[in-house]
Design a protein around this ligand. Structure first.
Ligand code: MTE
Length: 337
């Protein structure tokens, strides 16, 4: 039997669990005829299903408020929506732990008020906004987008947000602005994973991400402030996170405090952590497998019970090729992963 020794920071292939919990899960899965000789589910997608078995049942405070966005019907999807209960309970937010159920349990007291976001760097008019100011200046829209995680699971979510392009234009980028760098809040007191390898997986925090300027200005690219008619829950990246639906979910950085326009390509967390497995571009691509699993299909988290598994074929650019394929014309997508 092949045993892979993984680094603590390997992205989520299977959530790190104690051996006894893992073995118990395997027994249950075996009973259901789901376990195979190697991984219970080939690839990364078992993480979500298995996590349901260990979910703590501490009562969850829901601090979200109603928030509406003008429905933009051009952005829809023929898939059913992922139930809200799953969108807010199956999360990746390593600052609060590596398990899918950790963010909902451990981010409950995360303080998101007051919150400011700064836009600066290669711009003529840098500025800083509170969330209240941001929502007065930019009218939120509701758009239904698919979210495809590099771990080969996906969701379909009614996001509420504003176009990143509008925020960038307000700062008047200068001609040196070639990239956009994003940074999550750094506050280890509130985000215990930021100074604990055991909780945060040994990532170098704060979590950072980046886009090319043309990607950032694309109409699809959103800064989300809510979903399902409410403000974001802490576990989803409150109060403001990026959504780039044609890229793997790790590009969608959460709880952003800084947006900086830069000359050089900025670093991004998963690429710093493991450059062999995660690139800068991270465009969803069924033809370029992750070194440890196939990206040809995905487990769609939709309606249904704990063990409902619906496999869908992964689409190039997550189904958004019409809107974004031209951004990558002439680039070798096997190389620029
Ligand atoms: N942002 C921060 N700051 N920390 C994280 O661990 N995880 C990323 C991304 N943004 C992450 C993050 C990953 S791997 C994914 S798939 C998405 O958030 C998940 O978003 P969701 O939990 O709202 O589904």
């Amino acid at each position: 039997m092949l045993i892979k020794i993984k680094k603590q920071s390997d992205i989520c292939e299977s959530d790190i669990t104690s051996e006894s919990i893992y073995l118990k899960r395997r027994e249950i899965l075996k009973g259901l005829g789901l376990a195979t000789a190697g991984l219970a589910f080939p690839g990364a997608s078992q993480a979500g299903i298995l996590d349901y078995f260990s979910k703590k049942t501490a009562p969850i405070k829901d601090r979200r408020q109603s928030l509406s966005g003008r429905v933009n019907a051009s952005y829809n999807s023929d898939w059913e929506l992922t139930p809200e209960s799953k969108v807010i309970s199956h999360n990746n937010f390593y600052e609060f732990g590596m398990g899918k159920g950790d963010p909902i349990n451990k981010a409950q007291n995360f303080k998101t008020e007051p919150w400011h976001i700064v836009i600066d760097g290669e711009v003529n008019k840098p500025y800083k906004l509170s969330m209240e100011e941001l929502l007065k200046l930019f009218t939120p829209e509701e758009r239904i987008y698919r979210l495809r995680c590099v771990e080969a699971w996906s969701m379909n979510i009614p996001w509420i947000g504003v176009r990143l392009a509008d925020l960038i234009k307000r700062a008047q980028p200068n001609s040196n602005a070639k990239y956009v760098a994003f940074e999550t809040l750094y506050d280890p007191q509130q985000m215990p994973g930021q100074d604990s390898r055991r909780i945060g997986g040994g990532i170098d925090y704060p979590y950072v991400e980046g886009l090319r300027i043309d990607e950032a200005m694309n109409d699809l690219t959103m800064l989300s402030v809510g979903l399902y008619g409410k403000t974001l829950a802490p576990q989803n990246g409150a109060p403001i996170r990026l959504v780039v639906p044609w890229k793997y979910g790790f590009k969608s950085i959460k709880s952003i405090v800084s947006i900086k326009l830069t000359r050089q390509q900025p670093p991004n967390t998963w690429n710093i952590t493991n450059a062999r497995e995660y690139g800068f571009y991270a465009n969803v691509n069924p033809d370029v497998d992750h070194p440890r699993w196939s990206q040809g299909s995905e487990r769609f988290i939709g309606e249904g019970g704990l063990l409902s598994v619906r496999r869908e074929k992964t689409k190039i650019f997550n189904g958004y090729a019409e809107e974004v394929a031209s951004l990558y014309r002439g680039m070798d997508l096997n190389k620029f992963i």
